[in-house]
Ligand binder design. Structure first.
Ligand code: SF4
Length: 295
């Protein structure tokens, strides 16, 4: 993949962006790899040499790498930081690097750092849950230790003190620790086997793109329709609602002289529309959906 520098940022940052920190530690699959959609993985492998990203669009990726370095420095006797673990399942070697393991008298508590937005934090995150549970499985298999919990330490990059003061469902601080459900080990093993199968099958299908598995709505980060309450002469929405009825109720509370009206904002697959997967231009599924030919 070519990393460009359209905004003339210091070359040191560009060189960091060009460094590939991604590692499977000699394993067949990494945890990040198996939880990500097979379609994205295969299209990225196929078009890697044609992909291009500007360093200015890689800010959060770079800060994510920086955070792991900083986190490693925070020594504490009860914590293990940045440990890479490996384990085998049905002859396949799986590897994952865990940000933090806290050693408690009852077992290990796993925590992973995530940079995210305030909006994303309020959505379901099935991939976070799956990732942390695979880490729990790795800890159990490779160290024989019991895991007592899995959690995320979310760092909210667009956090607003003002929003926090007016919205009850808005994160109340820029850092949030969120407990995730801990799966039974046999459930995690079934999930791992299913994901490895999906990735193996997609490798076989890679030459025939039409046979690649489709990304699911969760994979595509589909955001549902929204209803924005607008005021006459203003460009920004006064408030945006997930349900039309809530928008109508809000309009009734407003002064009619402000000219309130409701604007429907159709939902969209955020990951495809913003090319967060990096392969939207080559993806027949997304290109078909743009023409209204959803498969
Ligand atoms: S463009 Fe959308 S559907 Fe296609 S690979 Fe990317 S996320 Fe999946």
């Amino acid at each position: 993949m070519k990393v460009t520098n359209k905004h003339n940022v210091p070359e040191t940052l560009v060189s960091l962006a060009r460094t590939d920190y991604y590692s499977k530690g000699g394993a067949d699959y990494s945890v990040t790899e198996i939880i990500s959609p097979p379609r994205i993985q295969r299209l990225r492998a196929k078009h890697w040499n044609d992909m291009e990203q500007d360093v200015s669009d890689m800010l959060w990726q770079l800060l994510g790498s920086a955070l792991h370095v900083v986190a490693e420095r925070g020594n504490h006797p009860d914590y293990i930081t940045e440990e890479r673990l490996n384990a085998e399942i049905d002859g396949v070697r799986l590897s994952g690097a865990i940000d933090i393991q806290r050693i408690t008298p009852d077992g290990i508590l796993i925590t992973d750092y995530k940079f995210t937005s305030a909006w994303a934090l309020r959505q379901d995150k099935p991939d976070w849950e799956a990732q942390q549970n695979i880490y729990a499985w790795l800890v159990n298999k490779s160290k024989g230790k019991q895991v007592v919990g899995v959690q995320i330490c979310a760092l909210i990059r667009d956090w607003s003190r003002r929003e926090a003061s007016v919205k009850a469902d808005y994160p109340q601080a820029p850092i949030q620790v969120i407990d995730l459900p801990l799966w039974p080990l046999n459930q995690t093993e079934t999930y791992i086997r299913d994901r490895i199968d999906a990735h193996r099958n997609s490798k076989v299908a890679a030459d025939w793109e039409d046979e690649l598995p489709l990304c699911t709505p969760d994979d595509r980060w589909v955001r549902g329709d929204a209803w924005a309450v607008m005021l006459k002469g203003r460009k920004r929405a006064s408030k945006v609602f997930d349900r039309e009825q809530d928008a109508k109720n809000f309009v009734r509370t407003l002064d009619v002289n402000t000219g309130p009206y409701i604007e429907k904002r159709p939902g969209e697959p955020i990951r495809c529309a913003n090319d967060f997967c990096g392969v939207a231009r080559w993806c027949s599924q997304y290109q078909a959906s743009l023409k209204g030919e959803d498969e």
